[in-house]
Write a protein that binds this ligand. Sequence first.
Ligand SMILES: *[C@@H]1O[C@H](CO)[C@@H](O)[C@H](O)[C@H]1NC(C)=O
Ligand SMILES: *[C@@H]1O[C@H](CO)[C@@H](O)[C@H](O)[C@H]1NC(C)=O
Length: 401
Amino acid sequence: MFKGLNPTSIWCQKKALMLIFGLYFSASLLSATTSDACHPIDKAALLDFKSKITFDPSKLLHTPTTDCCKSWQGIACDNSGRVVNVSRSGLITDNFLFDTSMSGTLSPFLANISYLQLLDLSNLKDLKGRIPSELGKLSRLTHLFLDTNKLTGSIPGKFRNLYNLKKLYLSDNLLSGTVPFSIFESLTSLSELGLSGNKLSGPIPSSIEKLVSLTKFDIHQNFFSGSIPESIGNLKNLENVDFSYNQLTGKIPQSIGGLSNLVWLYLNHNQLTGSIPASISGLVSLKSCVLSENKLTGNIAASIGNLRSIQSLTFENNKLTGKLPATIGHLSRLTGLQSLDLSFNPLGLVSIPDWFQELKLFRLLLGNTGLKGQLPKWLASSSISILDLSDNGLTENCQIG
Ligand SMILES: *[C@@H]1O[C@H](CO)[C@@H](O)[C@H](O)[C@H]1NC(C)=O
Ligand SMILES: *[C@@H]1O[C@H](CO)[C@@H](O)[C@H](O)[C@H]1NC(C)=O
């Protein structure tokens, strides 16, 4: 779900543009510059990387000259001719960047580019085989993007040596095995961790509390099991949490309410039980909360009315109840709320409460919630453009939008 936020591809395309324009300049105007040529070890590593690519339909790895620092697409060097960035380069035709792919495996020689800070081979779609554990030697690496490929095997334990890593995206591959989260404990600068869309399994250990710099934590669509550790409450910088589509059990930890920077919370499609903790009221920055398709029970906590930034609440298909008006009535304070989905919950509402009209909702889904009574007149003139009241005991079933 964070895919839209992952800045990699846009950033990378911009980077590729800048690089390529820069390179045309340096090639034509400054053909004999002062900076040294690409270091032979770096060059050997890049050539080995190239030799492991079996199919390069856009000919991105075409090498026009011998100096990798000057005219190789996607390569950036420091002043002493050491390669610092290796990024997936786009294909330019008439100033447009086209999507592309590359088949092959990842060369362990890449680990010899010892000054490397950025390795972005994301979205090449067809890089296969294991992630070479040698990459763990790249202790200067700050950005590692290998997402959207077909990489298999497990996350190398040697990654514990990537002390300077800030962003790690391995999402949308075929990685498997239990994740030794302990390898991330030494990565104290890690702010973005994306492991979604793999076949990773095992529990989320309480030691994740050591990932103090994390702002984005996305492990959705894997096979993670066990409960969400209470220690998650120590990750005060968290902004986006996506644990959806796993096999998580147990309760939503009370401590989650301490995450005052949290903007997105996606825990849907798990097997979470218990009630929504009252502490949730501490999530003052929360805009979107998706808890659907779990086994949550109990009353929707009155404190939900304190989520002052909330725009979208999706609690569909749980076993939540909402006593009226004392509890659910607090929702009427959520003036920024645009979307409310409580469908497939035994809410126990006798009728559609009139205070719903104060909510300025765009989307209201209350299908299969045991509603009874008459359709309120205000519905016709409300701001709601997506409304589902189906499968209820209303005198007139209706589905609009
Ligand atoms: C390498 O990439 C980093 C990425 O974040 C960027 O800040 C830096 O300017 C790049 N270096 C060069 C020499 O292009
Ligand atoms: C670079 O890395 C590979 C594989 O990890 C290794 O076999 C090779 O000897 C290294 N050194 C040089 C100078 O290329």
